[in-house]
Design a protein around this ligand. Structure first.
Ligand SMILES: *Cc1c(COP(=O)(O)O)cnc(C)c1O
Length: 369
């Protein structure tokens, strides 16, 4: 970027795209440090320092894997290492549909349980589907970024546990670090089988890293599966991670950024403090939507804490609203896919604050009226 365009770039805190989200200047600055060798002692120490704060973030006692890939890479890791023959994918939007497509693309049988956009899969529906069609894995998206729906993963995981030898693969890309994700607790003994996220959403890092945790059950299964590939082979990835080694040359600068961001999260009061801030932002949008007669796409109790998907009033479309905000220096998302015109999405995730959200909502009020 030229000096001139840096000078005119909007201030931090106005970029409410539902991913990538705004990255704090302190985190950006961490990426300017000089390189270290990926097989050096410095790298081993860096990965060692990440271990404890990452475990606290994921609420796990298991190793947290960090890969140089977008989140989709770890969705592929989940499928290649978790699905034996056939998976049931809960589909309620674009990212959950991607999980289903990945199952097929990995040469495994895919069964879908589709619900309308804006809805969540409820526990009874999952139980019925699992009774009808035996599978060995279930994929789902916790916070479906395309529709702003938050699924009740604790309840869905409990249903999966009623069935023998079924692993649960969870995309927590816009939930983890923004709303409660209990990797070890949900789903009872052994916890969730694979929980993954990416760097550029609720973690508020630049894009390029994926992070994930696998249960012991999942790792044992992976060892028996052919076709795990190399880059996303869970077994060797885990082995390297426990030795504080990268598998290949990692995005070193992003690891510097990750260490800095983990320290910022701890300074805020840990992941629970972060959940509270996101809960406050979610409530603020709910309050605003009531005041201005702008309806949510998802029903109450099923709304993401990090992305609010709002239905525009009759006669309004997303394009001019998004453009007018852009003109004023603010960025939000239009709807996704078939909802592009009729909805808008505010990505209040990462390091955003209620104060900045208030400013944004005040501007938005003038545009939806
Ligand atoms: C953004 C997103 C992804 C895909 O992330 P990439 O980093 O682009 O691969 C997957 N799932 C959800 C819920 C997302 O929001």
């Amino acid at each position: 970027m030229s000096a001139a365009s840096v000078a005119t770039a909007p201030a931090f805190g106005r970029f409410f795209l539902p991913g990538p989200t705004d990255v704090h200047p302190e985190v950006l600055a961490a990426m300017q440090r000089p390189m270290i060798g990926h097989r050096s002692g410095a790298m081993e120490q860096l990965l060692g320092r990440l271990e404890a704060p990452l475990a606290r973030l994921f609420r796990t006692s298991r190793p947290v894997l960090v890969g140089t890939t977008s989140a989709t890479g770890f969705m592929e890791m989940a499928v290649r290492n978790g699905v034996r023959h056939r998976a049931l994918s809960l589909v309620n939007g674009s990212f959950s549909e991607r999980f289903a497509n990945l199952v097929r693309a990995s040469g495994k049988e895919s069964i879908r349980l589709d619900v309308p956009l804006g809805c969540a899969v409820e526990p009874d529906m999952l139980r019925d589907a699992l009774r009808r069609s035996p599978v060995d894995a279930v994929t789902l998206v916790h916070s479906e970024t395309s529709t702003g729906v938050l699924q009740d993963v604790a309840a869905l995981a409990a249903v999966v546990r009623e069935f023998d030898d079924v692993v649960l693969l969870v995309d927590a890309v816009t939930s983890l670090a923004g709303s409660p994700v209990e990797t070890d607790r949900w789903g009872g003994a052994g916890g969730l089988d694979f929980v993954l996220t990416g760097s550029q959403k609720a973690l508020a890092l630049p894009p390029g890293l994926a992070l994930g945790v696998a249960s012991e059950r999942m790792v044992e299964r992976a060892k028996t599966l052919p076709g795990r590939g190399l880059y996303f082979d869970l077994v060797s990835f885990l082995e390297a991670t426990t030795k504080h080694q990268p598998t290949n040359t990692p995005a070193v600068s992003l690891l510097f950024a990750l260490e800095t961001q983990l320290a910022r999260i701890e300074r805020e009061g840990g992941v629970e403090a972060r959940w509270r801030r996101h809960d406050a932002m979610r409530r603020r949008v709910e309050e605003w939507s009531g005041q201005h007669g702008v309806a949510y796409l998802p029903r109450e109790q099923r709304r993401s804490w990090t992305v609010s998907c709002l239905k525009l009033p009759e006669g309004k479309t997303s394009k001019p609203i998004v453009a007018a905000l852009k003109q004023a220096g603010w960025t939000i998302g239009a709807g996704y896919g078939s909802l592009k015109e009729s909805t808008i999405r505010i990505g209040h995730m990462g390091d955003h604050t209620v104060a900045a959200l208030d400013e944004l909502l005040a501007l938005l009020a003038g545009l939806v009226a």
